[in-house]
Design a binder for this molecule. Structure first.
Ligand SMILES: Nc1ncnc2c1ncn2[C@@H]1O[C@H](COP(=O)(O)OP(=O)(O)OP(=O)(O)O)[C@@H](O)[C@H]1O
Ligand SMILES: CC(C)(CO)[C@@H](O)C(=O)NCCC(=O)O
Ligand SMILES: [K+]
Length: 261
């Protein structure tokens, strides 16, 4: 196995995100559920992960022996499980070359912003539509301007379904329902999606007022759902937002490359 092969692991609040790199080239990316400690321990003691890759790690066989794993986690209890893996490199905020970050800023947000800036230039604004939905922006000096955090798409539906007696758990729909709902599910769809779209539009426009030429990139598991709904309401704005499925991996790759220098 060539020394240039490595894995990136992003631990989010819903699941794990994996990428396999050959040097700076992304070979494959996939998601899995959290792995139990017993499986991680097996991986740690195993010199060939090919056996695991088919079922647990990847939809394809990856013939890599004990690859280094570069990990960025926002879930400490999950990070702890992975510390048994021998060739683990934990990425911390101190290693991300952004100025003005506050100590509790999520490493996923910092890396996604670094990835966006490195790819499309600073200033940059990142929207991460994950378990939580976040905005994170930096100016032309790579200084954090700030951001915002709100419940993600699925979490909003879950909150209504789980914390009320009268509301069912509704799955997010790819198609935007009519604004004025005439059933309980369509009323929930409308309320969550129209409010989200209006909110994102407001944040993005406020950002462009300060940084008119800035790239705005969207990543995360609900990226496509949001962009599709956005497209129907505001095609002009949607056209200016870059869909970037691998933004955090792009940031991790910047980190990997900085170690090689
Ligand atoms: N198989 C899946 N499991 C979980 N979420 C999924 C799945 N497929 C699509 N999604 C959507 O992805 C969203 C979660 O996004 P993502 O996986 O990027 O979050 P995360 O990285 O786990 O969390 P965060 O980064 O916010 O801590 C959910 O709101 C859900 O609607
Ligand atoms: C906001 C989330 C949950 C998004 O994954 C994560 O980045 C996190 O836990 N951040 C810590 C708080 C902050 O970024 O201000
Ligand atoms: K918490």
């Amino acid at each position: 196995m060539s020394k240039s092969h490595w894995l990136a692991l992003v631990i989010g609040n819903s699941r794990l995100h994996w990428a396999w790199f050959n040097a700076e080239r992304l070979q494959a990316a996939w998601d899995t559920a959290y792995l139990p400690a017993s499986i991680v321990q097996k991986l740690a003691s195993c010199h060939d992960i090919t056996d695991f890759s088919q079922e647990i790690l990847a939809p394809r066989a990856i013939n890599i022996t004990s690859p280094p794993i570069y990990i960025a986690s926002v879930v400490p209890s999950q990070t702890a499980i992975w510390r048994t893996y021998p060739n683990l490199h934990e990425i911390t905020l101190a290693q991300v070359p952004l100025q003005g970050v506050y100590p509790t800023l999520g490493i996923d947000r910092a890396l996604a912003l670094w990835g966006a800036g490195a790819t499309w230039g600073f200033p940059a604004l990142v929207i991460d539509a994950g378990t939580a939905l976040t905005f994170t922006g930096a100016n032309g000096d790579r200084t954090l301007v700030g951001g915002a955090i709100l419940p993600g798409v699925r979490l909003q539906f879950q909150a209504l379904g789980e914390r009320t007696a009268g509301l069912p758990l509704v799955d997010p729909q790819e198609l935007l329902s009519p604004r004025w709902g005439l059933s309980t599910p369509t009323s929930i769809q409308s309320g969550v999606m129209y409010t989200l779209i209006a909110g994102i539009k407001d944040f993005v426009n406020a950002w462009w007022q300060e940084f008119p030429a800035s790239c705005v990139a969207i990543t995360g598991g609900d990226r496509t759902l949001i962009l599709n709904c956005f497209q129907l309401q505001h095609p002009d704005i949607a056209a200016k937002i870059t869909s970037a499925p691998h933004l955090i991996f792009q940031g991790i790759c910047c980190y990997w490359a900085s170690l090689e220098e």
